[in-house]
Ligand binder design. Sequence first.
Ligand code: FDA
Length: 569
Amino acid sequence: EKISQYDFVIVGGGTSGLVVANRLSEMSDVTVAVIEAGDSVLNNSNVTSVTGYGRSFGTAIDWQYQTEDQKYAGGSKQIMRAGKAIGGTSTINGMSYTRAQNVQIDSWESLGNKGWNWQSLFPYYMKSEGFQVPTQDQISFGADYYSDYHGEHGPMKVGWPKFLTNSTVLPALDESFNHLGVPYNRDVNGGLMVGLTSHPNTIDSEANVRHDAARAYYWPYQSRPNLKIISNTHANRIIWGNDSDGDAVAIGVEVNNINGKQIIHASKEVILSAGSLKSPVLLELSGIGNPDILSKHDIPVKVNISAVGENLQDQTNNGLSYEGKEFWLGSPTFSALPSADQLYGENFYTVASNVNSSLADYAETIANSSNGALKASNLLAVFEVQWDLIFRSKVPFAEIVFLPIAHTFSVEYWPLLPFSRGSIHIKSADASEPAAINPNYFMFEQDLTTQSDVAWYIRKVFGTLPLADLVGDERSPGLEHVPENASDSTWNSWVKANYRSNFHPVGTASMLPRNKGGVVNADLKVYGTKNVRVIDASVLPYQLCGHLTSTLYAVAERASDLIKRRYTF
Ligand code: FDA
């Protein structure tokens, strides 16, 4: 058996893992290894093309995880996509760069994660960002920003595609949304996200290629002698040494590749960055999790944390489309982020109070479906925060993405903060077997109703002048399937028959106090361990109103600093 030893071993060379690898290897006296199941996609045109969204779906670089039957959502399974490549999911994603609402990040601290708030995270959004000022052409097509919100010197290039959609659309959207009480927002990346916007993307504007985590954080640094990527290699589990002060001590990671099984030894830390649909699985395979689940697979319990793999949260995505009356060229980056009061108008208070009176039921239902792994009182505390964010702080309630391309005006949307919660757990002690992934889409009637309400609202938007003049007939769902005055149940059936995952799973190794359902502490260290961390989307305790990568880059940057402070004197 070949022996290889590094100070830090990072599992997963994806969006978050490569940030951590880059920053830790800035310490020239430590060695860093990254274990990555995928390969380089530097020259894969499905990845590099800025108009190629979707082309890598179903290819070898897509894990295409399959869910369990979704019993509240029509019964069928869903595909949850994730990147299997150096660069992870940032190599296949939609590239949208939007952060979060400031109060959402502040709520992490109020729930017990000391040091995590908008003010402490903001410098790290800036640190990771290499903002590219838009050209006059791009500005005339809607690119807009406040320079105070952007960092120009970070590795991750952020800007607009070279060719933006011709200018008829944005002014029309703006005027129509104005009639509906939704303001224009010049730059959603300063912590206030409500409104209509033309957001930037993770793109190298000059070269007109996708800027993924590998292009930003790895390839320019690949010659560092203390940084090693071990690609085409699957991590199976953490290997433990003797406990120290009652805490579990990781000494390495068992991996599998073309050379067979081996152990990559870690003398300082093991960091799991395998994504929210893999890091919790690796914890369970390593003996950290719910004893009831581990014992079913004869895995000895190393640390009893029953919350591992619980709290799985995703959003649900549906689309509508209209016949276009113009011919649109270029890449659209238009989104509307209305708040609940803007979307519901005079019904706002009724919806707010209905949801409020259901929170205790939601908490109870989820606690029961977790077989005691989560406590209703902890869930209720989080739901109250979520309710406050939606109905008191009035953060964005849904994202509506406008895609006018050629002769079709399509729209995709997703409510941002659903209440449903699911789980992910191992089905076998064999690391090559898939896990049971159950997001529990539409577990609560309210989430389904919300999904329909937003579709109904989008119809209203397209019926509002001047936007109404840019489109002809509705093609999907179409009035023949969902008539003008369709009942709630007609809308709900359409939603269930046509929705998909929004590919934003979070929460499966939540950063929260241990007695409140947390898996990692505010240093992102796994409870009960001396030297194991999780740094990826699993630690976000609940959904954000932005797309995830911008915040994941910032979280990984800040986590890297927390680690470095421990090892530099
Ligand atoms: P990430 O998935 O990036 O990294 C995990 C890495 O670990 C992968 O490289 C994987 O191969 C590796 N790995 C897993 N298991 C392993 C094992 N056992 N051994 C070794 N390696 C292993 N966000 C956004 O900001 N804007 C957007 O427009 C979109 N759009 C979008 C579209 C689609 C289709 C998807 C799937 C996702 C998005 N997102 C998005 C979401 C965003 O891209 C996503 O949340 C993050 O990239 C996740 O980053 P992580 O670091 O958590 O995991």
